[in-house]
Each structure stands twice: as structure tokens, then as C-alpha cells.
Design a protein around this ligand. Sequence first.
Ligand code: MN
Length: 259
Amino acid sequence: MGALDGFVEALRGGIEVVDLTQPLDEDTPVLKLPEPFVNTPGWSTRELSRYDDRGPMWYWNAFEGGEHVGTHFDAPVHWITGQGGEDVATVPPSRLVGPAVVIDKSAEVAADPDYLLTVDEVQAFEAEHGALPDGGWLLLRTGWDAYAHDQDAFLNADEHGSHTPGFSAECARWLADEAPVVGVGVETVGTDAGRAMELDPPFPCHALMLGAGKYGLTSLTNLERLPATGAVLVAAPLKLTGGSGSPCRVLAFVPAGAA
Ligand code: MN
């Protein structure tokens, strides 16, 4: 018996494969930075041929888009604290597959879009479900994926900036330095809260997690189909040489009937 025989058998019925990826197209919401910072282009696709004079037997497109558009992977080198660290092509593949836990704060976020996950809340989760997984992912369910089809609702900005949930600075520091996880995943446009510029340090999830050589996954969906513990996540960013991140297909293996 090979080590994967039971796994292959379970894929025929005992394991469900859940797609945690949002569709990527011209309507995919894009992060908006204030002046004077450079913004990223959104996603665009240009048809090359479609069984026509330009290519009678084939259909294909070219695309353009930022590394940080849609469901995507943040590599350590993305942030100044991680400069000199791994880029998206040098992340070891073993770090792209691992156990995932889901902390559901969708009720709290419905009451307060500026909600920030705290260390106490993560430790309360651990008291109920066990320690965060070594080499795994902490996924923060907020319900924000419901807005991913609408740029304005997804960014939820007013004159003070964007109002979307994330992690407290203390929590980001604890996850970066104390917890055994390799990364965090969120449903929002970035791993940090909309008002994270005001935290200390600014953008703590980026600064501390990427600075610790860990990773981020953004714009996830279908987290409600995952159990609190017991899923296995596969993050597959493009192997962009020197890339700071990449659009990413994110899949989860879930025991059938677990969620
Ligand atoms: Mn990013």
C-alpha cells in the first residue's frame, strides 16, 4: 500500500474538494491606495482568436493584471520587512499544502465592519478546538466574500478610508512570532483591515507575518463549507520569477459532511 492509496480512495467519496477561489475577471474588486501611491491595474483579458481568421482551430486569450488582484498569495518579499526573503517562486512547495482551521467571526463583523481579531479570541478558539496547526493556515471567516462582486461594497470606503475586518496588531504579532502557522487567509481584499494604516505598526499583518517569512491569502470564499478544524488547504500561486505575489487557486480537502 502506498501512502496515498487511502487518499485516492477517499477522493472517490469520503473527501470533498472545496474551491476557496473567487472568479478572476474585469469585475474583480481592486485595492485602492490614496495619493501619491501607485495603484495596481485590475484584471483584463484580450482575445487572441476564437476559431476564426486569427486562429481557425483554436480559442485563446492574453491577460494583464496585478500580482495582488483577486484571490491571491502574498509572499514575504511583498513587504519591506520581508525584503530579501522568499518571492512567490521560491516558496517551498511543502509550505503550499497544509492543515487549515477556520475562525468564524461573521456575526461580529456584521455588527462592526472594522472588527479586528484578537489574541484572546484565537486562544479561546484553541481552548475549544486544539492548538493552531503546525505548518498550517488560520482562515478568518467574516462573511465579507458576499461583497466580492461589488467593488464599492467590498472596499466599503468613506472619507476616513476603508472599513473592512482584519487582525489586531497584537494578534498579527502573536501569529507571526508565537503561532506555528505558515500563514493567514481572509475573505477581504487584503490580509489587513481597511483601517490598518492607523495601527502600530501600520498594516501589521503584512509587516509582521511577511517579516517573519510567513504568507497571506486574500479574497477567499466558501469558508463556510469548511469545518473549524480538519481541512487541508492547497494554495497554488503562479511561479512568477521574483514575484511579490500571484493570483492563486486555493482548494481545500474536507471530510465529506464535515462542515
Ligand atoms: Mn496582496
